[in-house]
Design a protein around this ligand. Sequence first.
Ligand code: ADP
Ligand code: MG
Ligand code: ZN
Length: 410
Amino acid sequence: MPRDIPTLLHDIFGFTTFRGVQEQVVGRVMAGQPTLAIMPTGAGKSLCYQLPAVALDGCCVVVSPLIALMHDQLRAATAVGIRAASLTSVDADWRETQDRLRNGELDLLYVAPERASGEGFRNLLRSAKVALFAIDEAHCVSEWGHDFRPDYRLLRPLLDEFPDVPRLALTATADAHTRKDILVQLGIPEDGLIISGFDRPNIRYAVHPRDGLTRQLADLLAANPGPGVVYAPTRAATEKLAETLGRGGRAVRAYHAGMDPAQRAANQAAFIASEDMVMVATVAFGMGIDKPDVRFVAHAGLPKSIEGYYQESGRAGRDGEPAVAHLFWGAEDFARARQRIMELEPARQQGERARIAALGALVETATCRRAILLRHFGEDPSPTCGNCDNCLTPPASVDATETARKYLSA
Ligand code: ADP
Ligand code: MG
Ligand code: ZN
């Protein structure tokens, strides 16, 4: 006898209730309706396909952009008794996984878009029973998105070959343009769009011109004893900052994609277990990392986009307790961004310029930061939040504003 959804939610995942739009999304998936779910980081997107994957007869194919992300999810799913596997270049058990798939012994199968869109994988699926296609981090499908991955655009023929299999696309961040693009690219009707609120009221936002970054960060660490993440712009910068900040006596480690994998994994594990560690990292750190009690996130330089900023700062305070997000920026960040744009092919320059202008508006505003963020995601927020630097302490100086304006208009 198949168990019902609330029972599975409790017995497998250990949750008593759904959160936010989860129930609506799971309901649509169970009813076979194509869906694009836009839910903030930490909202619980994984459950929206993992629960149907267990409840439905057949395997849920999950398209995911990063091996590290897949393996984190795989570990978590396996730990609660879900039958899950992945087919990636580092998996040694392909034959076994393929057999399990054909024999109906898998609930979840994780693959990268390159693999999923290939002829070999399509053949494999023809000999299996597929219950659901879940396309995670679906903003990668759009050139308008901040992490464009061309292979996401090749998924459509696979989806269309199995017209009776429901498709669920998920992402944390998609502005109106990107949303539209995801719907079109993945063949999801407009009424399949479900958006949950973007506000993270427990996160206090603050933005500062860089002025002696090391001291600024040291002050931040002193004021925030809980676990924190400092995002630095380059791999070299993460190591250098980690070393400098570590001299203050706090446990500080570095994390970036160029590190020795064993060292990187060790640093990540130490951070997850710690109650006071600071991780100085590139943006490679965070995707799929589930640590609910991160108390602060700092950006040592301008993020790549508002979407990126929202996602990275959103790793703070997933437990709903108070957390802070500090952004440190300098005029040279804008100069560098402009330089980068000029090296791009012309077709991509316009989108990038808009991205940088939106960041300029965020750092230069004298009004509510949260209102700017929420408006960017199409919401209609109240003009003041009472929990950002500008709402708490109306700005006294306009120096930074002038600098930003100069670099934006040049
Ligand atoms: P996302 O992919 O949207 O960023 P995750 O799927 O990684 O979020 O989930 C974030 C956290 O929320 C995880 O710790 C997860 O266990 C937890 N979570 C998900 N759904 C629920 C729920 N219904 N009740 C309580 N916690 C939940
Ligand atoms: Mg996720
Ligand atoms: Zn505010």
